[in-house]
Structures are given as structure tokens and as C-alpha cells.
Design a protein. Structure first.
Length: 117
């Protein structure tokens, strides 16, 4: 049973930083791609950052240069380092694993990030 548990959210002022963590159980992260998404009230869930099994990363334009995704294959945890936070980054952040064979998506419960101006 694959389970994803996010942590690290909170309330910060604009310009601040947070590091989110997604602890994964039920599979090994090595050679597996993972993603972070976010959903603000009234908006659709959107992709924020993606890391391939080999460690290549890509980011949504609004967060490029400010956010960094990484994964620790020993701790089986994915991270999202968020710097220079803006009020528009306020959202619930989710990590996701997509099984490339079955097509099934696994999501965590989400962690709230609130950035005040």
C-alpha cells in the first residue's frame, strides 16, 4: 500500500522560506518520479515541481528560481524548498506519485502554506 504523508507547511510572511517534506511508504523512491502540486481556494490543482527517477527537475514558471524539489532515496522522502515566498503561493500543497504501469495516482493529504503580505 503506497502512502504519502506531507509535512512542513505553516504561515510565513512574504519573503520567507519553508521546506515541505513528503514521506513515502510502500515503494522505494530510487528511479521513481515524484511531483508537488498545489491548490488555492477556487482554483484547480496545479503542478509546481517534478523530479524524475534520475533526479532531473522542472518547475512551473511562477516558482522557477524560488522553489527546489529534491528527494532522499535513503529516507524515502521528497522535499520542496520554497524561498522568497509570495502571497500568491498560498495554497494546500500535495505530493503525488504516478504509477507509470497502472496509471494510478497516489496523493498525500496535503499541507497548508499561508503567506501573508
Amino acid at each position: 500500500q503506497v502512502q504519502l504523508v506531507e509535512s512542513g507547511g505553516g504561515s510565513v510572511q512574504a519573503g520567507g522560506s519553508l521546506r515541505l517534506a513528503c514521506a513515502v511508504s510502500g515503494l522505494f523512491l530510487s528511479n521513481r518520479a515524484m511531483s508537488w502540486y498545489r491548490q488555492a481556494p477556487g482554483n484547480q490543482r496545479e503542478l509546481v515541481a517534478h523530479i524524475t527517477g534520475g533526479g532531473l527537475t522542472n518547475y512551473a514558471d511562477p516558482v522557477k528560481g524560488r522553489f527546489a524539489i529534491s528527494k532522499d532515496n535513503v529516507k524515502n522522502t521528497v522535499y520542496l524548498q520554497m524561498n522568497s515566498l509570495k502571497p500568491e503561493d498560498t495554497a494546500v500543497y500535495y505530493c503525488r506519485y504516478g504509477n507509470p504501469i497502472t496509471g494510478r495516482n497516489y496523493w498525500g493529504q496535503g499541507t497548508q502554506v499561508t503567506v501573508s503580505s
